[in-house]
Write a protein that binds this ligand. Structure first.
Ligand code: PAF
Length: 279
């Protein structure tokens, strides 16, 4: 496993691998790695000859300066974790390396960036699109791996790749959960014990809703999920929407075509958790 911090040195090494005919798999991350990230890396290793993991806390996707400043930066322990599985290259560039000049590109993703996360985190997906397109252009992977937990991010990235005609296959990977059902996230370790204790209620409620969903109206299911979670004083639902999985437009009736996904964001104190379930 080798650590690269410059684009030129990484590209030189990857060019040699490609010349040998090896397929490159890429897992972009912001570090603070957990088992969810490792499952992406393992998936990449199972499908590709060479695995590149980037660790870069991207400033352009944070709309809150404090959130950016407090985001955990744990390169040493991240590298230790990655050394336990197959990963050939780590790319951990500085901000100046990724953005030698400020990135002023403005992407247009329509509803994909205005609903749910887009509504509550304005500019977030534009920043994600800037960094992901930049990283994909640097690494030039055959396949790139993203987690389904960030469901809306997946939809935005698929659209980004389509709009820019990037020669990469995007591979969605399943959500990895703690034993009690809480979706794994770098933010989980920031939860105070009392919040950590009640956080599994989010996924429990989503599962319950899935069971009776089709027997109730969409609006009733939404109301149930929000009231059930908010009943615990420590949790506060920011949004819960049931959307079409490609357009991300909220559905009104179950008989609308397409796969439906319930997406939720919940504050557990100051920590914001997201999760989703396919109905
Ligand atoms: O999902 C993340 O960790 C980030 O949004 C990503 C895709 C690495 C871009 O910074």
């Amino acid at each position: 496993m080798k650590l690269y911090t410059t684009i030129t040195s990484l590209q030189k090494a990857l060019k040699e691998e490609r010349l040998k005919g090896l397929k490159v798999g890429f897992v972009p991350t912001m570090g603070a790695l957990h088992k969810g990230h490792l499952s992406l890396v393992e998936m990449a290793a199972s499908m590709c000859d060479i695995v590149v993991v980037s660790i870069f806390v991207n400033p352009t996707q944070f709309n809150d300066k404090n959130d950016l400043a407090n985001y955990p930066r744990t390169l040493e322990s991240d590298m230790k974790l990655l050394s336990t599985i197959r990963c050939e290259y780590i790319f951990s560039p500085s901000v100046g390396e990724v953005y030698p000049v400020p990135d002023t590109r403005k992407f247009e993703f329509g509803a994909l960036e205005t609903v749910m996360e887009g509504k509550f985190r304005p500019g977030h997906f534009n920043g994600v699109a800037q960094v992901v397109s930049r990283l994909l252009e640097i690494v030039l992977p055959d396949k790139a791996f993203f987690g389904r937990k960030d469901f809306q991010q997946m939809a935005v990235i698929n659209e980004l790749v389509r709009q820019l005609n990037l020669p990469v296959e995007i591979i969605p990977c399943d959500i990895v959960r703690e034993k009690d059902g809480l979706a794994m996230s770098s933010r989980n370790k920031l939860l105070l014990p009392e919040y950590r204790k009640c956080a599994p209620l989010i996924y429990q409620t989503l599962k319950e809703a899935k069971e009776f969903a089709m027997k109730k109206k969409v609006a009733e299911v939404k109301k149930y999920v929000v009231s059930q979670i908010n009943a615990t004083q420590l949790l506060n639902v920011e949004y819960f929407e049931i959307v079409d999985d490609t357009t991300l437009i909220p559905i009104k009736n179950w008989n609308e075509t397409g796969t439906k996904v319930g997406c939720i964001a919940v504050f557990a104190g100051k920590i914001r958790l997201i999760d989703n379930i396919v109905f």
